[in-house]
Design a binder for this molecule. Structure first.
Ligand code: AMP
Length: 187
């Protein structure tokens, strides 16, 4: 099964991705993680994206599309892809469709974790106490939420036509969200 987890920062995509990875013996593709790795490695990509990431801006489609390409084509990961934080723009969504088509795959489930701004701010404030991420400063959180809302609406429209699109109330407790996700898995 290939699954897309969709939702604003702090919606619980990472937590639910990890659940799905264990349950389905699948692979998480978190573009946020991949980008943070590039920064830590101080690679050319890392240097190019550092400012945008720290300011809560999106990284260019070109860079993100390049990072996921080999993962989609990896035969070991075929039909076991859990996308966390990708696609986030219409161009990324179209690119993903193309990559999947070319590698003879499809999206089986699109989970939209819908959550209001207040809940997100509270969650990220809590996460800040556990792990230190440069882009978790309060002003950046709001910027990231606004960027998300502005840029991802067309992606939402693009996928909401798909019969495999499922909206879940992301303000629920983690376990409740997991239970809802379970009802959509035909395993
Ligand atoms: P995340 O860990 O998914 O919350 O992502 C952290 C940051 O990485 C975002 O605020 C963006 O700056 C960048 N990022 C992650 N995924 C993408 C993507 N698909 N497109 C553009 N930027 C991304």
């Amino acid at each position: 099964m290939n699954i897309i987890l969709f939702g604003p920062p702090g919606a619980g995509k990472g937590t639910q991705s990890k659940y799905l990875v264990n349950k389905l013996n699948a692979f998480q593709i978190s573009t946020g993680e991949l980008l943070r790795e590039e920064i830590n490695k101080k690679s050319a990509i890392g240097m190019a994206i550092k400012n945008d990431m720290n300011n809560g801006n999106f990284v260019s489609d070109e860079i993100v599309n390049k990072l996921i390409k080999n993962l989609v084509f990896d035969p070991q990961k075929k039909d076991k892809l859990i996308f966390d934080g990708y696609p986030r723009t219409l161009s990324q969504a179209r690119n993903l469709n193309l990559l999947l088509e070319t590698s003879n795959q499809k999206i089986d489930l699109i989970l939209f974790l819908n959550v209001d701004k207040e809940t997100i701010i509270k969650r990220i404030e809590k996460r800040k106490m556990i792990e230190k991420r440069h882009d978790d400063e309060s002003s950046t959180i709001l910027k990231r939420y606004d960027t998300y809302m502005k840029t991802t609406q067309p992606v939402l429209n693009f996928y909401s036509e798909n019969p495999n699109f499922k909206e879940i109330n992301g303000s629920l407790e983690i376990d409740e969200i997991t239970r809802k996700i379970d009802t959509f898995l035909n395993v």
